[in-house]
Write a protein that binds this ligand. Structure first.
Ligand SMILES: NC(=O)c1ccc[n+]([C@@H]2O[C@H](COP(=O)([O-])OP(=O)(O)OC[C@H]3O[C@@H](n4cnc5c(N)ncnc54)[C@H](OP(=O)(O)O)[C@@H]3O)[C@@H](O)[C@H]2O)c1
Length: 215
């Protein structure tokens, strides 16, 4: 699958590396060009602007944003003129779920699909895989499956899915990909998961939970 990645920091760069290793094509852009050059040497296709990235992707395009939450709205504003109906915009960072719902509504008249993904796994995700909590239209989310499967790893399922199941009550698959529901649900799940984990860790019985493999 072909994916456009914007934001090549600790998370975005390693996600690109994992996708490349799995045989996917990544077109990459970053505010600071040195990171683009670095990943180009590792097999990614480099882009020198947002419009240039879009022009190098096949339709319908899948463009993944991995930038700080505060930079998402401006990045979308700069990007949206280049996108076409049917394209999919994924925010894999840590946005507030209310912002996801608003963005999805703003993009809907342009028929650009918005998908929010809570991405868990940190810098260790390169080797271990990530847990993806996905919010978006049911007809659009499966389109991202090839890249989602590559980014995740089955042996994380017991811990990660359990965490999210505690907060959502739902496990949709045996992979650490949670189809959490409509737009906003991915980031809400990620947030709930973090809060639940923190509460368990702070509880007097945290060591018991740790021994039981819950955390
Ligand atoms: N780190 C984690 O463990 C972790 C885990 C889960 C989710 N997340 C989320 O994933 C997202 C990325 O995190 P990260 O750890 O990869 O961050 P990071 O290492 O600080 O990298 C941030 C990336 O975004 C770019 N960026 C920053 N401000 C920008 C702006 N105003 N406009 C355009 N690009 C901008 C940076 O470009 P430059 O290179 O030019 O600075 C850099 O490529 C965040 O939303 C974060 O909350 C992080």
């Amino acid at each position: 699958m072909q994916v456009g990645m914007i934001g090549l920091g600790r998370m975005g760069a390693n996600m690109v590396r994992r996708l490349l290793k799995g045989g996917h094509e990544c077109v990459v852009f970053n505010r600071s060009p040195d990171k683009v050059q670095e990943l180009t040497k590792e097999g990614a296709v480099g882009a020198f602007s947002l419009a240039n990235l879009v022009s190098k992707l096949e339709k319908p395009r899948a463009v993944w944003l991995m930038v700080p939450a505060a930079a998402v709205d401006q990045t979308i504003a700069d990007l949206v003129a280049s996108l076409k109906p049917g394209d999919i915009l994924i925010d894999g960072g840590n946005s507030y779920y209310g912002d996801d719902i608003r963005r999805a509504q703003e993009l809907a008249p342009k028929r650009i699909h918005y998908v929010d993904v809570g991405t868990s796994g940190g810098v260790w995700g390169l080797e271990r895989g990530y847990c993806l909590m996905v919010g978006g239209e049911a007809s659009v989310v499966p389109h991202l499956d090839p890249s989602s499967v590559e980014l995740t790893q089955e042996d994380m399922v017991s811990i990660r899915c359990l965490r999210v199941a505690i907060s959502t009550g739902r496990i949709e698959s045996c992979r650490p990909i949670i189809d959490a529901g409509g737009q906003g649900a991915g980031h809400l799940s990620a947030r709930s998961s973090r809060v639940t984990s923190e509460r368990i860790l702070r509880s007097p019985s945290a060591s018991d939970a740790g021994r039981a493999g819950v955390i």
